[in-house]
Design a binder for this molecule. Structure first.
Ligand SMILES: [Zn+2]
Length: 67
């Protein structure tokens, strides 16, 4: 009977860990950097992600022009 109660308990100490939207590393609660609905390790990763999106958009636009 004690076993059923044990199974219901969530892993203690394990909080929701979000992965960085840029490098994919898990971002811990205290260190997370939240921007535009995503979590990042820090400002640098956020900038990297922004640059990546911008580059991809530019490439997509260039690809469409060539067609
Ligand atoms: Zn990161």
């Amino acid at each position: 009977m004690a076993d059923t109660a044990n199974a219901q308990a969530a892993a203690p100490g394990e909080e929701q860990v979000k992965n960085c939207g840029s490098c994919g590393k898990p971002v811990k609660r205290l260190k997370r950097f939240y921007r535009n609905g995503k979590f990042y390790c820090n400002k640098v990763c956020f900038k990297k992600w922004k640059l990546k999106v911008k580059t991809e958009a530019a490439e997509a636009a260039a690809g469409q022009e060539q067609k």
